[in-house]
Design a protein around this ligand. Structure first.
Ligand code: NI
Ligand code: MN
Length: 229
């Protein structure tokens, strides 16, 4: 069985299995690069990496309309309940913790970044996600600096790593190459770039460097682009 991965620009992705749609960091309505608005998006599960507006995005709207379960850190989970997401739809996690769900396993990994919610509420610690589903392991670093413990995240093998390359607010292209060496994934996709001028990057140039300096196969998408694992 194959898994379909779709990029909606920035750090917004869907992971589609035969029967489940998982949506990550659903930033649509205020995103300059999202190819669709949030009302066109459906999800069974929504993962939210940290509290920043460009990651929390349209989660509450999409979750309410689709009865999606929302997985995020404890503090953001509590905040979603206060802004109207039904209590039973919110699943809290914290760093290092994993949860088994009908489609597979989700683990919240460390990320070196910050996390405050759009209204100023403390957003706990930022995270990334390691997904195990249909025999594949997929790591979404989400907003983070490079960190040496990525070596541990890759130790069991990764079919795909998704890394930010925008720089300024997260790791940039050069540090992402070091991250790829630590993670040693089969394939790697860039994100969190070209949304706004401060994070403009040449992803094709990045892909060329990935091919030279690592064994990973780079996958560069346009917003709306899809590939299968
Ligand atoms: Ni952020
Ligand atoms: Mn961000």
């Amino acid at each position: 069985m194959s898994i379909e991965i779709k990029w909606f620009g920035h750090n917004a992705w869907t992971i589609q299995t035969s029967d489940t749609t998982i949506l990550l960091d659903p930033f649509f309505d205020d995103s300059p690069t999202a190819p669709v608005k949030s009302d066109a998006v459906s999800a069974d599960y929504i993962l939210v990496s940290h509290g920043h507006f460009d990651h929390v995005g349209d989660t509450a709207k999409i979750a309410t309309r689709n009865s999606s379960k929302v997985l995020t850190n404890f503090e953001i989970a509590e905040w979603f309940k206060k802004v109207g997401v039904a209590d039973e739809m919110v699943i809290p996690l914290n760093l290092g913790g994993s949860i088994g769900l009908p489609f597979g396993t989700v683990k919240m990994t460390i990320a070196h970044h910050s996390s405050v919610l759009p209204d100023g509420t403390y957003g706990g610690n930022p995270g990334g996600f390691l997904l195990e589903l249909e025999g594949k392991r997929i790591y979404f670093a989400c907003d983070t600096a490079l960190f040496l413990d990525m070596k541990l995240i890759g130790v069991a093998g990764l079919d795909l790593a998704v890394l930010p390359i925008g720089d300024q607010f997260t790791m940039g292209p050069a540090d992402s190459l070091e991250a790829i060496k630590l993670l040693n994934p089969k394939r790697v996709a860039p994100c969190h770039y070209n949304t706004w001028p401060p994070i403009e990057q040449n992803a094709e140039e990045w892909a060329g460097l990935v091919r030279i300096h690592s064994g990973a196969d780079p996958i560069v998408l346009e917003p709306g682009g899809v590939f299968t694992l």
